[in-house]
Design a protein around this ligand. Structure first.
Ligand code: FES
Ligand code: FES
Length: 217
């Protein structure tokens, strides 16, 4: 070994060093190429859906709803125009009014902002699915008793938002009700009565019912 040669350090020559860099660079590039190829192969293997109608099965109100839908069809459109479930209303069709609110796995969701194909495999509840055997839920009953609507167009959305809240929070405060309904707009301005109805449904005392806590069976 000749350590006086500036091209050599120990057993590592400049040539072998450069060669090793080249080898490492080539190996890295090869690994990256393989990884990109694998990603491309995966992407190519994914099935393209549409643009024509495809079979879509939605679990709505406990029943399977089998439809043929183009992938672009929203859940709201599927409910209202491809089945007879017109309870969810179309106010804005752009995620601002809340009239189209449904529950997906007990979470309130704007159905106009969700593609029907994306909602497959989840439990969807619409306003039609709340009452059982003709018996209104506490929320529906309270909306009726408090006269919490004028034109009624926003009402299904509010009922769904309040129902979703009460599933998770049995005794909400007024602030919590307001927060739950922050995505719902009532153009008729029925907010005070909607608030009263929501709190009545929760059995929370309000100014309207003085000190009495209303409970409903
Ligand atoms: S119709 Fe969906 S938010 Fe208005
Ligand atoms: S009651 Fe008319 S929009 Fe709310």
């Amino acid at each position: 070994m000749n350590n006086s040669d500036p091209g050599k350090a120990g057993s590592f020559s400049r040539r072998s060093f450069l060669k090793s860099i080249g080898t490492t660079a080539v190996a890295t590039a090869a690994a990256q190429t393989q990884s990109i190829a694998a990603e491309l192969e995966k992407a190519n293997a994914e099935t393209t859906i549409g643009p024509g109608a495809v079979p879509v099965t939605l679990q709505v109100n406990g029943e399977a709803l089998k439809l043929q839908l183009e992938p672009r069809v929203t859940l709201l459109d599927a409910l209202r125009n491809y089945s007879s479930l017109t309870g969810s209303k179309e106010g804005c069709d752009r995620g601002t009014c809340g009239a189209c609110t449904v529950m997906i796995d007990d979470t309130p969701v704007y159905s106009c902002m969700k593609l029907a194909i994306e909602a497959q495999g989840h439990a969807i509840t619409t306003v039609e699915g709340l009452a059982k055997d003709g018996k209104l839920t506490k929320v529906q009953q309270a909306f009726m008793e408090r006269d919490a609507l004028m034109c009624g167009y926003c009402t299904p959305g509010f009922v769904m938002s309040v129902s979703a809240l009460l599933k998770k929070n049995f005794r909400p405060t007024a602030d919590e009700v307001r927060h739950a309904c922050v995505g719902n707009i009532c153009r008729c301005g029925t907010y005070p009565r909607i608030m009263e109805a929501a709190l009545q449904a929760a059995g929370v005392a309000t100014a309207m019912n003085k000190t009495e806590v209303i409970t409903y069976g």
